[in-house]
Design a protein around this ligand. Structure first.
Ligand SMILES: Cc1ncc(COP(=O)(O)O)c(C=O)c1O
Length: 473
């Protein structure tokens, strides 16, 4: 006899997991009866714009995960947004749980960020010369992240991660780097091996155009496997420039580090004489001002930042130990540069956002993230659908599977067809989730209690459809 499955919470510390189970009698019987969802929103304008854009832009998008490739259907073309809500070109209102993939912990168009950017652009959009704002932003980053003594501003997370790896190699005089299967560090050649969500969404292991030579010095290891790490350090330790990871991996859904694993990475890097590089492009200024390294109390040698530090503008950074950072040109020999680096508009927006991200804001973000995850997961669990819902501080992930995965292979084994059905059922009810089961849920402080209730109602309807065997496509 199967009752309503209960929500089981396991784990402690920053990680919380909820599991639900699927009664045996559900899906097979009803799946045959219902095989499509009644989609409510109409999107003729998005359809037309997608058709137009596809003729002049490959796939109709300027970054692949936007294309709805793994869920099917037409991507919504966004017209405007405010707080936690966005409106598409057809006038459909959406509760936005993607939030431009991370840069907006305060939500869209926060008045203070808008005012700062507007004031900055009126003073001139770029100078290619140093500005006061660069000092102001760099000081804020150095104050917030304990392991960062110096920082260099760049324009994208890709550029920041690529530069950090170059610096690690230049500073150590070594060649090899360890990265982890399913972790994404942008699309520079050497890091585009086994690289998580975007690549996984497309179902290709790396990318044509990346030569074997470009990744020859990249050692890819499974996440949460201390023995594999120790073996790699034993074999390559003398030539190991860096171990790079997302300390809170959020590009293969959300797969937290097992207890002690980040400390193990720290020890392995120190033992080998290489540098520990934390890619906090997502976690930086999202899980707290000190980033994941503060939450887990593990110091990196170099840290990569992006997304939240730019307030929604193209801005990223890498920073760390002063002795390592001083290897960078013009002080040292490691070259790195950028016409728009430290762009004054992006810097002003970033400062405005960071100044609002105080303890109270992060407490609110943590609370609302827990509420949103519960609103999404509990109706599914209540309807008897297998889900694993996990949260690390202010980052959340939900996967249709029975066992909480601890590496990329576990995420691959989840039911991504069911995610597709869930995604469309939620979208039809005005809740915009990432269009792939490989992604996480991005919340913002602008989400209200009413939004959380709307999300819960939408999830109840979606859960019912899934439990009744609905499938998209
Ligand atoms: C952890 C991580 N590192 C690096 C990047 C690359 O950043 P960008 O897209 O700004 O190049 C991303 C992008 O999602 C990311 O999630």
């Amino acid at each position: 006899m199967h009752g309503r499955p209960s929500l089981v919470r396991v784990g402690s510390g920053p990680v919380e997991t909820a599991l639900g189970s699927l009664p045996w009698f559900r899906a097979p019987a009803l799946a045959a009866l219902v095989n499509s969802l009644a989609r409510m929103a109409t999107t003729p304008v998005s359809d037309e714009l997608f058709a137009r854009t596809r003729t002049v832009v490959p796939g109709g998008v300027n970054s692949p995960v936007r294309a709805f490739g793994s869920v099917g259907g037409t991507p919504r073309f966004f017209a405007h947004a405010s707080g936690a809500h966005a409106w598409d070109e057809d006038g459909n209102e959406l509760i936005d749980l993607v939030g431009s993939w991370g840069p907006l912990p305060l939500g869209h168009a926060h008045p203070a960020v808008v005012a700062a950017a507007r004031a900055a652009i009126e003073r001139g959009s770029t100078f290619g010369a140093p500005t006061r704002g660069e000092a102001d932003l760099a000081e804020r980053i150095v104050d917030a992240v304990a392991s960062i003594e110096q920082v260099r501003l760049v324009s994208s997370g890709t550029e920041a991660a690529m530069s950090a790896v170059r610096l690690a190699r230049g500073a150590t005089g070594r060649s090899k780097i360890v990265k982890f299967d399913g972790h994404y560090h942008g699309h520079s050649d050497g890091l585009l091996a086994a690289a998580g969500s975007g690549v996984a969404t497309l179902g290709i292991p790396g990318s044509p155009g990346v030569t074997a030579g470009a990744t020859a010095d990249t050692i890819v290891l499974p996440w949460n496997d201390p023995a594999a790490l120790d073996a790699a350090v034993d074999e390559h330790g003398d030539d190991l420039a860096a171990i790079i990871c997302e300390p809170i991996p959020a590009n293969m859904n959300l797969v937290p580090a097992a207890p002690g694993f980040l400390g193990h990475l720290r020890d392995a890097a120190t033992r080998s004489g290489g540098l520990l590089v934390f890619d906090e492009v997502i976690s930086g200024f999202r899980v707290g001002r000190g980033g994941a390294q503060h939450c887990y109390d593990v110091a990196a040698d170099l840290t990569v930042l992006g997304k939240a530090i730019g307030g929604g503008f193209p801005l990223a950074a890498f920073g760390g130990r002063a002795d390592v950072m001083s290897e960078l040109a013009p002080v040292g020999p490691v070259y790195q540069a950028g016409t728009l680096s430290g762009n004054p508009v992006a810097v002003a927006a970033g400062i405005a956002q960071l100044d609002l991200l105080d303890d109270e804001a992060f407490a609110r973000l943590r609370t609302v993230t827990a509420e949103v995850l519960a609103a999404l997961a509990e109706p599914l669990v209540g309807a008897g659908v297998d889900v694993v819902a996990r949260r690390v501080q202010t980052l959340a992930g939900l996967l249709f599977t029975t066992v909480a995965p601890m590496d990329r292979a576990g995420v691959a084994a989840a039911d991504h067809d069911r995610h597709r059905t869930w995604f469309h059922a939620m979208l039809d009810q005005g809740v915009y989730l990432a269009p792939s089961g490989w992604e996480v849920i991005f919340t913002c402080t602008a989400l209200t209690d009413a939004d959380v209730l709307t999300i819960r109602r939408a999830s109840e309807a979606a859960a019912e459809q899934i439990a009744n065997g609905a499938s998209f496509g």
